[in-house]
Ligand binder design. Structure first.
Ligand code: SF4
Length: 124
C-alpha cells in the first residue's frame, strides 16, 4: 500500500461527525480484522461492519476522512481496506485528496453507495 507522509495526514480538527457514528453502539472488533483473519470469516465480518455503516448518518464524512488519511485498517464509511486499496491505486501524487470533500470526489459517491448496497451486503 502506498504510504502517506505524516505531514500530509489530514488533521480534521473537527471530529464531531464521529460522535454521530452508528458504530458508537457497535462492537469495535467488528470494524477491524484480527491478525491472520482471511477468507469467508473476514468477508462476513466486513459485511457486518458495512451493514452498520449503511445506516450511519455520517457515512460520507467518515469515508472522506478515511480516504484522505489513507487509513490502512478497518471499515470506514462502508469502505473496507480492499475498497480503499482500489481507490488509492487510482490516485497519484497530483490528485492526492487533501481538503475536506476531496476524498469523496476521489472515491465517487456511487462507489460508497455500492459498497453498502443490499447486493454487496448479501441481503438482496
Ligand atoms: S460510517 Fe461506519 S465506521 Fe464511519 S462512523 Fe459511521 S458506522 Fe462508524
Amino acid at each position: 500500500m502506498p504510504q502517506q507522509p505524516l505531514a500530509q495526514v489530514p488533521s480534521d480538527a473537527q471530529w464531531h461527525w464521529q460522535e454521530h457514528g452508528a458504530c458508537q453502539e457497535a462492537d469495535p472488533l467488528l470494524f477491524f480484522h484480527p491478525q491472520n483473519e482471511r477468507g469467508s470469516s473476514r468477508a462476513r465480518r466486513d459485511r457486518a461492519a458495512k451493514t452498520v455503516c449503511a445506516s450511519c448518518s455520517v457515512r460520507m464524512e467518515c469515508a472522506d476522512y478515511a480516504v484522505r488519511a489513507r487509513e490502512p485498517y478497518g471499515v470506514w464509511g462502508g469502505l473496507s481496506e480492499e475498497d480503499r486499496e482500489h481507490i488509492y491505486a487510482r490516485l497519484d501524487s497530483r490528485h492526492y485528496p487533501r481538503a475536506r470533500g476531496e476524498g469523496l470526489r476521489a472515491v465517487g459517491v456511487d462507489a460508497i453507495d455500492a459498497a453498502v448496497s443490499p447486493r454487496a451486503l448479501g441481503i438482496a
